[in-house]
Design a protein around this ligand. Sequence first.
Ligand code: ATP
Length: 336
Amino acid sequence: IGRIGVLTSGGDAPGMNASLRAVVLAAKHHSIDVVAFRHGYEGLLNDDWQHMNESDVLHILQYSGTIIKSARSERFREADAPAAAAQVLDKHQIDALIVIGGDGSFRGAGHLGSVWQKPIVGIPGTIDNDLYGTDATIGYATAVETAMDALDKIRDTAEAMDRVFIVEVMGRHAGFIGLSSAMAAGAERMILPELQKQKPLTVEALVKHIENVQKVRGDSSYVMVLSENQWPGGAVRLAEQLEDRLHLPCRPCLLGHIQRGGRPTASDRILATRIGVHAVNLVMAGANQVMAGIIADQPVATPLADTWQQRKGLSEEMIQIQQTLFNPVKRTAPTS
Ligand code: ATP
């Protein structure tokens, strides 16, 4: 392998820069050239590229975003896109490509692989944690930390003002951020895609739960975590519906894109570095159409197609714990 290409694609995630840095430094260590295609697959189609040297990636691991830019590319989904991209890759004499992104980006890698048959290795860079083949994706831990931080702040005002808050977090298809941030911040309720699929919650059920928690605990503050796209009209509408029924101030809070930014946590930086180096090792070993991941503290490779076809489930134990802790039962006074 003389030269590898690298790109970041889809939604940006904290730690993408750290993984890019690891790829470049590891490749250079093995005297491999690195060419980055800027703006994901869109940049690949546009032949928007730059050489990557050690000096380009110094001191970037502490920053979110991606210095080589990311994008979504509708054009890349088209049937003739792989041939056009292959032409660009061949023009630059790229021997292998590393794609840093989420499941969509890996589908894109499969699409490209139908024409360009050199090694393509994926690095799981997405805050959603919804990829099979790695215990955690790069960016997930930071997103949970950010959501937890916001939930703690919301709790302060919920507590002071006796309010109900509905905090909308990212994760339209997977409730990892919702579940983990709810547990970390002690939120009383969570509405997650996986749970909604099993048994959709009604306003009545939520009202009953809020009233029960408030009555048993003697505390009117109540914080609910809502995964995006899980309620018609989102947190804003749900807050109105609850306020109508409870006659208590109910307020929505949409965390939005702050969940993608901030300083990556130590665990994300370490994960990104390990997976970045592992991806270069896989490329050098000739692996193709696999994702580099870490399972039970060991570097592993998983076929790209499995990463989205196989489902990584939420922890049943964590769901149970949340449901147990936040279903308070009023104790009858001891008789003796
Ligand atoms: P995240 O979920 O964190 O936003 P992602 O990688 O899943 O990251 P997507 O927007 O789903 O983000 O995908 C990124 C890009 O990958 C798309 O803009 C498109 O260019 C390409 N892509 C996605 N799905 C396909 C597909 N089925 N065929 C070809 N290309 C695809």
